[in-house]
Design a binder for this molecule. Structure first.
Ligand SMILES: Nc1ncnc2c1ncn2[C@@H]1O[C@H](COP(=O)(O)OP(=O)(O)OP(=O)(O)O)[C@@H](O)[C@H]1O
Ligand SMILES: [Mg+2]
Length: 250
């Protein structure tokens, strides 16, 4: 197993945002993590990536316990993440943003030329310009998402945590995002956990799905199994067309 999460729990005061969540991830898998707003998806990511310390439970990555390590330590072990709300350095160019990630994302110092090469490769993979003059201000919502991905990729992760759940992408952009994650796995062999709050496009790309609701794992399985699970249908009832897509992915 690449990642083994056991009874992961996070409380904020008296409120439990993630409650005894357990799952495994095998090398090369794309796992979808879905659930309504506030169900604990980003909190789960933030514990795996070290932004939040687990209240309880264990996170083992490649056989080593990483729960409670600092974000930089986790990054250096090979976990890259994107932020749900993009947070680029707005005064740096697109290329400089990714070079910075490439440089600080490695366990050891790398030469400047190597950082540029990694950045250019990551930008090409997501389809953003490698031109040093290209500005962050030129990017729309979809472009900023791609920049987040490029920054995560430039750290050379073995596991990528992609928090894509944000409105603001249209159908075509969602399709492109899905295609891109598929390509990242295929070309780079990177294992992926993909977070979304809607199911539509995600269901076509992922191998397996986990559904969170109120911080608890309520369903897990193949996309078609999960989409047919009465507990999942119940949560998404009322947003059924969005959840399953017009053509009914279920
Ligand atoms: N730092 C924090 N302090 C207090 N409560 C928090 C904190 N971070 C998250 N929460 C709460 O924990 C719950 C889970 O939040 P989380 O961001 O993980 O949800 P999510 O599944 O990512 O939702 P969305 O689909 O809207 O991104 C929410 O009720 C949220 O308000
Ligand atoms: Mg979130």
């Amino acid at each position: 197993m690449m990642l083994t999460v056991t009874d992961l729990t996070r409380r904020f005061g008296g409120f439990t945002a993630v409650s005894r969540v357990s799952f495994n991830l095998e090398q090369g898998e794309i796992l979808g993590l879905i659930g309504p707003n506030g169900s604990g998806k980003s909190t789960t990511f933030n514990m795996i990536a070290g932004m939040l310390r687990p209240s309880e439970g264990s996170i083992r990555f490649q056989g080593e316990e990483i729960g409670g390590l600092k974000p930089v330590e986790i990054c250096h072990r090979g976990i890259g993440r994107t932020f749900q709300i993009p947070r680029p350095f707005r005064r740096l160019s697109i290329l400089e943003n990714v070079v910075t990630a490439a440089y600080f994302g490695q366990r050891e110092d790398i030469p400047r030329a190597r950082a540029f090469a990694l950045a250019e490769e990551a930008l090409a993979l997501v389809g953003l310009p490698t031109d040093p003059a290209a500005e962050v201000a030129s990017l729309g919502a979809a472009g900023l998402k791609k920049l987040e991905l490029a920054r995560a990729l430039a750290t050379q992760p073995k596991l990528l945590l992609a928090d894509e759940s944000l409105g603001g992408l249209d159908e075509t952009e969602m399709d492109q995002a899905a295609e891109m994650l598929g390509r990242i796995r295929r070309d780079k062999g990177i294992t992926i956990i993909w977070v979304e709050h809607i199911m539509g496009v995600l269901m076509r790309v992922v191998d397996r799905v986990i559904v969170l609701d109120h911080g608890e794992k309520i369903s897990e399985g193949l996309p078609r199994e999960v989409a047919a699970d009465p507990r999942v249908i119940e949560i998404y009832l009322g947003t059924e067309r969005i959840a399953f897509g017009e053509d009914g992915v279920a």
